[in-house]
Write a protein that binds this ligand. Structure first.
Ligand SMILES: CC(C)(COP(=O)(O)OP(=O)(O)OC[C@H]1O[C@@H](n2cnc3c(N)ncnc32)[C@H](O)[C@@H]1OP(=O)(O)O)[C@@H](O)C(=O)NCCC(=O)NCCS
Length: 415
């Protein structure tokens, strides 16, 4: 079966996490992704957080599936010529170097356009134009600068970053959308364009509801679904809301049976208004269904803490899975707190290809997260990440270099 991005060639100049997540997605959709790495060293993540000596780390393998690897010294004059040949052959150049690095290499937007006016140049940077545009940025910096950290955690504690890599993988997703959109526009205009996804912008986009709340707070001085209401006080900025749910359906994380020893024996419980009477029945508080202090969503808001304490008395008598089973019967929205161990072992995620086992020549078998976006006409087959420079000769041959030329470039240290 064909793939959605068959025929699209990507010059993948990305490293670490944000850029590689983007190009990995494009590879899963069928693009030919040629990862250009520094000769001898490669993407720094190959050797970071290694669990097996001298073997590509899981950090690297899990972000670089379905790609080819070529090593080029892009600061070597002959290496630059190889890169120029690649620019002429590819549709998209994706990079996430520190600001200015591509220009310093001699590959400005203007130069790239001279070489290939159809080329789309897609970049992840920490910040867009402004006071911080020259800064190097990693995941947690983006989470902090994009508004996520100030709104995550508990009110009486410091700002907290999320385990979800919304700065890196989140921005990679944003960039991938920008690239396919630019490819679509190119079919009409025939021209390439620049695509920029700034990590601060990507995180803020995912924190959109908190900017909503900032304006609500400024207008009304309070937000009734926040745990600070009715007893705490609100300051000038959106506070951290603990585990409160963002929307109009109050929720919280509650202990389940075994919580004393299992750090993940918890359930997320939402007191959705339409099923309030059923919730009252399940937890044995039938009178709350008609009590004017509890019967309506507005009446319940000042009592949320007590309500969740009462529900927790019930959830603590059940495991999170037992609670799920009972609550789902009544359409009460809830979700178990799943550990990574439980997720890794979940058969349904294996079945859908969301968790995939991959074989690697030096590492052996390992688990990875497959393509979370499923296309009915473009199925994803996850293949292993490339070894450093594994495809240098193959790609050089495709570019028209003879074996003698390849060997001379290798001797010159260009590849
Ligand atoms: C992630 C980041 C902080 C890493 O910084 P770093 O390890 O110092 O790496 P840089 O991007 O600065 O380095 C790239 C250097 O390697 C050089 N380089 C890269 N590939 C090369 C190659 N194949 N051959 C020769 N040199 C190469 C670049 O030219 C650059 O050199 P310069 O600084 O002399 O211009 C930085 O790249 C960054 O801020 N990126 C944008 C934001 C981002 O994506 N962050 C998330 C990362 S998950």
């Amino acid at each position: 079966m064909s793939k959605a991005l068959d025929g699209v060639r990507i010059l993948d100049f990305t490293h670490v996490q944000s850029g590689p997540t983007c190009t990995q997605l494009l590879a899963w959709f069928g693009a030919d992704v040629i990862k250009v790495e520094r000769a001898g060293a490669g993407d720094i993540t190959r050797e970071q957080l290694r669990d097996i000596p001298d073997v590509d780390s899981l950090y690297f393998t899990m972000l670089n599936h379905n790609k080819r690897s070529v090593t080029i010294d892009t600061k070597n004059p002959e290496g630059k010529l190889v890169l120029e040949a690649l620019i002429q052959k590819c549709d998209v150049l994706v990079e996430n170097f520190a600001p200015g690095a591509l220009d310093r290499m001699g590959f400005t937007w203007e130069r790239i356009q001279e070489l290939n006016p159809r080329m789309i140049v897609a970049s992840v940077k920490g910040f867009g134009p402004g006071p911080y545009e020259d800064c190097k940025v990693y995941e947690n910096v983006a989470q902090c600068a994009g508004g996520a950290a100030s709104t995550t955690g508990f009110d009486d504690g410091p700002p907290v970053v999320s385990g979800a890599q919304i700065g890196d993988s989140g921005t990679g997703l944003h960039l991938a959308l920008g690239i396919v959109t630019a490819l679509y526009q190119r079919t009409l205009t025939g021209r390439g364009q620049k695509v920029l996804a700034a990590m601060q912008d990507g995180v803020l986009n995912l924190c959109r509801v908190k900017l909503r709340d900032q304006q609500r707070l400024e207008r009304t001085g309070t937000m009734k679904e926040y745990p600070q209401y009715p007893n705490g006080t609100f300051g000038e900025a959106v506070p951290r809301a603990g585990n409160a749910s963002g929307g109009g359906q109050p929720g919280w994380i509650l202990k389940c049976k075994g919580w004393e020893t299992d750090p993940n024996a918890y359930i997320y419980f939402i007191t959705q208004a339409p099923v309030w009477a059923k919730i009252c029945n399940v937890i044995g508080k039938e009178e709350w269904a008609t009590d004017p202090n509890y019967a309506t969503p507005a009446a319940r808001l000042p009592h949320l803490k007590d309500i969740f304490a009462e529900i927790e008395r019930w959830t603590m008598t059940k495991t999170k899975f037992e609670a799920m089973q009972i609550l789902n019967k009544y359409d009460i929205p809830c979700g178990p707190i799943l550990s990574m161990k439980e997720i890794a072992e979940e058969p349904s995620l294996r079945k859908t290809g969301t968790i995939v086992e991959v074989d690697h020549p030096t590492r052996g078998k390992y688990l990875t997260v497959g393509n979370p976006i499923k296309l009915s006409d473009s199925p994803t087959e996850v293949t292993r990440s490339p070894l450093l420079g594994e495809h240098t000769d193959e790609v050089m041959t495709e570019l028209g270099y003879s074996p003698e030329q390849i060997s001379a470039l290798r001797t010159a240290g260009a590849i």
